[in-house]
Design a protein around this ligand. Structure first.
Ligand code: NDP
Length: 243
């Protein structure tokens, strides 16, 4: 299908997991994709795969989304390469599980910087032009942890509640501009997300569940669904959980 032919999408956190799958699925629909994350080699491998298999073209821009200047540079490079940015997927995220009593302040700071500020910087880098053009689509990846809170993940949950709040506020703010906003809330997906914290027992617990998890492609299809609707259709919230 060529439903996204001549469109350009930026996908953050595209060096692994859900972001890599979103970039591949959007390119498979014909979109040109700009993959952003910090790990250069991983990005290059995914870009090569997309360029060899998919219809849309892919480039990588090494970006730390917690740095506003790098996010601005990312969007500028996307415009330089492909002309306009039609879709911006705020997918980059960190989940560093811990109980608040253990005081992992640096991990809280990292999650707030990437999961909240990174999303705002991304929106800020493309929104003025989207409003000017009266079109564009912001897709924010929140989580079911943005709807419910567990006893070992309150700070991560707080950041994902924040992502949903930003999506809901933006959707209202932009309602008459032609710019669409979609919030996607995945349940457990089989990725490396739970491996990055420093609390070994919680990491092991999170990974030892025998419950069948979603695959990254399941979330990528939800993104494709939202961004391929007719212009007058605004898919605001999609929640996808394993059965
Ligand atoms: P991964 O750990 O595989 O992917 C996380 C991505 O975020 C990586 O590409 C990583 O790239 C990127 N990232 C982290 N920090 C930064 C940064 N400072 N700047 C730029 N990129 C960054 O996990 P997932 O694919 O699972 O996570 C993707 C999103 O999905 C996250 O927002 C997560 O919260 C959300 N989610 C995941 C669920 C799950 O069960 N897996 C459930 C619900 C939501 P790099 O390290 O190269 O910078």
């Amino acid at each position: 299908m060529d439903t996204l032919k001549n469109k350009t999408a930026i996908v953050t956190g595209a060096s692994s997991g859900i972001g890599a799958a979103i970039a591949e699925h959007l390119a498979n629909e014909g979109a040109n994709v700009v993959l952003a994350a910090r790990r250069k080699e991983e990005l290059s491998t995914i870009v090569e795969t997309i360029n060899s298999k998919n219809k849309g073209k892919a480039i990588a821009v090494v970006t730390d989304v917690s740095k506003q200047s790098e996010v601005d540079e990312l969007s500028a490079k996307a415009v330089e390469a492909f002309g306009e940015v039609d879709i911006y997927v705020n997918n980059a995220g960190l989940m560093l599980m811990s109980v608040i009593q253990n005081g992992h302040v640096h991990e809280w700071d990292s999650m707030i910087d990437v999961n909240i500020k990174g999303v705002l910087y991304g929106v800020n880098s493309v929104l003025p032009r989207m409003v000017e053009r009266s079109k564009g689509h912001i897709v924010n990846i929140s989580s079911v942890a943005g709807h419910e809170v567990s006893k070992v993940n309150a700070v991560y949950s707080a950041t994902k509640f924040a992502v949903r709040a930003l999506s809901m506020g933006l959707e209202k703010e932009l309602a008459r501009t032609g710019v669409r906003v979609t919030n996607i809330s995945p349940g457990a997906v089989d990725t490396d997300l739970a491996t990055h914290g420093t609390d070994e027992s919680l990491k092991q617990k999170a990974q030892s569940s025998d419950r069948k998890r979603l695959e990254s492609a399941d979330i990528a299809r939800a993104v494709v669904y939202a961004v391929t609707q007719p212009d007058y259709v605004n898919v605001n919230e999609v929640t996808v959980r394993p059965v």
